[in-house]
Design a protein around this ligand. Sequence first.
Ligand code: GLU
Length: 470
Amino acid sequence: MTLTTRFAPSPTGYLHVGGARTALYSWLYAKKNGGDFILRIEDTDLERSTQASVDAIMDGMNWLQLEWTHGPYFQTERFDRYKEVIAQLLESGHAYRCYSTAEEVEAMREEAKAKGEIEKYNGLWRDRTDYPEDKPYVIRFKNPLDGNVIIKDMVKGDITISNTQLDDLIIARSDGTPTYNLTVVVDDWDMKVSHVVRGDDHISNTPKQINILAALGAEIPAYAHIPMILGDDGKRLSKRHGAVGVMQYRDDGYLPEALLNYLVRLGWSHGDQEIFSREEMIELFDLTGCNRAPSAFNTEKLIWVNQHYMKTMDPEYVASHLEWHMADQGIATDNGPALSEIVKVQADRVKTLKEMAAISTYFYHDFTEFDEKAAKKHLRGVAQKPLEVVKAKLAELSEWKAETIHEAINSTAEELEVGMGKVGMPLRVAVTGGGNSPSLDITLELLPKEKVLARIDMALAVVAERIANS
Ligand code: GLU
């Protein structure tokens, strides 16, 4: 039998990091075992489900490259099937019509509460057949009255729940629509899901689902309930903590590999290894190695992982993501160095691709003004001579290479008997517009010679004006 996992989001918002981690663990477990991974959209809550959320979830999955082998299935397209199963449960005596009104059910709960018992439906219609005419009814599942349900949880270990704790839950509302626990059960059964990996906020649903599956004669899947993700303040991760939607991490300049690596470690470990390639994750991941306790999201660590991937992945690949940020920031890159060259010189200077794009503008766009602070400090009278000399030397170069450029800067400093910084800093401000850049020889090599000379002229004009005004 093929091992099958699924990711079953409700499309009521974007794909958040908690959901992405659940999807990742599900996907990894299927991949590792050569199994199938299903994407199922649980869109039965018509009021809260939106197409925009469906798109956002799929965008997130695609960006993270968590490809599904089946689906996406939509629960709203499966109502006939749910009705069929509800009829089957009625037929086999595992479900019954309940004509109790909401007020009556409320009164039963109150009564149980007053007696110190578990608040639940008292089973009034469980065995009755004297159905009133033209009265609305819901359909309830006949939960076993005794015995235990044991969840053999791959993360949390065995969890035993007494059936006396469980209600006869509603599986169809008075308008005939199925409820959440019923749809999940039918889908997991029909889709032959062998391993249910989901957040532990669903753990209270699991015994109910196991009982329904058993009533249907279905195989009970294995369960793995993943503890939730907390913010750095120990509270459940939410918008308050900053970015929580996966696509926001793209927008903020993270590589998908970095987010995946960060998420796999958030709740799972393999010795003290921190960096896992996609292949390594697939090979080493195991549900039984997941933490039982919640984990706290730590942006500093995510940044560290992101820097690792920006520096070590194929620059061509990193460039394909940088390209998105360049476009996002309105930086046209058709005239200028290959983006992979930018990745090579900037990767160890930034935290994110967004930052990398922002500090690389001068490679592609001319500027009309220098950074005020940098110009004030470095484009002064004393810079005139060094700029003139270095410009002349650069102009003469027949080969525009980092080595020859380096030599031109060096010999200028020697000739004028000044330190390298007295030449380098004004030149840096002249060519890049500001006081920060990768090493000058490489920076200049990446720009066309004429552009460099023109920018030095522009800087010399600023210097001349300052001399005139002083
Ligand atoms: N649709 C549920 C949710 O988004 C998940 C259900 C499940 O995984 O069983 O929370």
